[in-house]
Design a protein around this ligand. Sequence first.
Ligand code: NDP
Ligand code: ZN
Length: 180
Amino acid sequence: FSTDTLALILKCVNFAAVKHKNQRRLDVDETPYINHPIGVAYILTSEAYVQDPDVLLAALLHDTVEDTDTTFEEIEFHFGETVRKIVQEVTDDKSLPKMERKRLQIVHAATSSFKAKLVKLADKLYNLRDLQQALPKGWSEERRREYFIWSKKVVDNLRGTNQALENALDIVFKQEEIYY
Ligand code: NDP
Ligand code: ZN
């Protein structure tokens, strides 16, 4: 990384932290939401050896538009067109019903760009490991299992992207006995 790139990544961490400041994860401890996008970016550097700044910036920003008042215009202004496009690819359309959004994630996974697939794989890996740690407030065992089954359908359409991430996800699916 150049010093400019490092400064941009820290600008991005700060931007995401401010945007997600009032949000919490679903776990019983109500972990600050920002732990998730930072953790997704860290999976990309530490496990997938991703060094592309645009992918790491998009990972840090991947839930800002979906879950906060952030706009794609804002992301493009601060972090550029490539990052905006990746974030756009991994953002659900919140005007659609939940079930339709879940179906579209499976469909869109197959045709998304290489950079968006990397973010998606790391996002799924983080969330599934989170679910392995503890059941979110109000979730039944059945809902947890349904989530793993749906996630495998998304992941199966992201394959051929990064072997380390796909192997790590396969370990999780095996631990959870998800075979289809
Ligand atoms: P949700 O989409 O409601 O929640 C899962 C998402 O929450 C993850 O994708 C992740 O998204 C985020 N998240 C926050 N904290 C955690 C955490 N600690 N561990 C894992 N993920 C976390 O869940 P479902 O997909 O199950 O729900 C889909 C729809 O189905 C909803 O309308 C729900 O109410 C309904 N439903 C489903 C049931 C079932 O059995 N499947 C039962 C009851 C209702 P991100 O990466 O964006 O943070
Ligand atoms: Zn996410």
